[in-house]
Design a protein around this ligand. Structure first.
Ligand code: SAH
Length: 231
């Protein structure tokens, strides 16, 4: 597994962001600012591991992604996370990345999380409420997390400038492409055992261009029942 620094070498959110910058994972000021503003420690079950470059279990057979994966996805979507833009986060889990998205698109934008485990939705809302950067956006309504099957996207606020999927799909769900704006970008891990992080750009004529960024290992985008059975 890829890891950019070892456990216990850092314990602060800002140092984590600086590490990601020095390793070239974060290159944009906006991404660095968002990750500095949203303390990852508020989103993980055990704060002592919050800043280690590793995924962590969050229960229900799933994990919060490693910081370098969150940073990579924020970088890939950065041009589609400008103030006022709309973003959908499928499989929002802890709410960490949804909160970063919300901070980037700001109070004029919209950041929507969809997660199929109701308990994770409830705890993600508590996590966000504890964040000085994200809680005003939740109160004001530009940030929201919903219980639902993210394979259907979230039609209410479509089309989106950016869609992120935090779990690996056997194939790209059609609804997510439908809910992408022309000029919009979808970042999604695709595959079963071997997965690629795919970057899907919707062109102005509605066609899509797809490329693979890197190989990755995510938990599956699946039904709630299959996930809880550990399949
Ligand atoms: N990006 C989040 C969570 C990653 S784990 C974070 O870093 O905190 C993937 C998440 O996708 C899990 O919370 C899992 O419950 C959720 N998930 C899996 N299949 C889903 C589906 N069909 N609809 C909605 N959420 C799903």
């Amino acid at each position: 597994m890829k890891q950019f620094w070892s456990p216990n070498s850092i314990n602060k959110n800002k140092a984590m962001v600086e590490n990601l910058q020095s390793h070239g994972v974060i290159t944009s000021d906006e991404v660095a600012k968002a990750m500095e503003a949203v303390d990852r420690g508020l989103f993980v079950p055990d704060r002592s591991y919050a800043y280690v470059d590793s995924p962590l279990s969050i229960g229900y057979n799933v994990t919060i992604s490693a910081p370098h994966m969150h940073a990579m996805c924020l970088q890939l979507l950065e041009k589609n996370l400008k103030p006022g833009m709309r973003v959908l986060d499928v499989g929002s889990g802890t709410g960490y990345l949804t909160a970063c998205f919300a901070v980037m698109v700001g109070s004029e934008g919209r950041a929507i999380g969809v997660e199929h485990i109701p308990e994770l939705v409830a705890s993600s809302i508590k996590n966000i409420e504890a964040s000085d950067a994200a809680s005003p956006l939740l109160k004001q309504g530009s940030l929201a997390i919903h219980v639902g099957d993210g394979r259907q996207g979230w039609a209410e606020f479509a089309p989106y400038d950016a869609i992120h999927v935090g779990a690996a799909a056997p194939e790209i769900p059609e609804a997510l492409i439908d809910q992408l704006k022309p000029g919009g970008r979808l970042v999604i891990p695709v595959g079963n055992l071997f997965q690629d992080l795919q970057v899907v750009d919707k062109n102005s004529d509605g066609s899509v261009s797809i490329r693979s960024e890197t190989s990755v290992r995510y938990v599956p985008l699946t039904s709630r029942e299959a996930q809880l059975r550990g399949e």
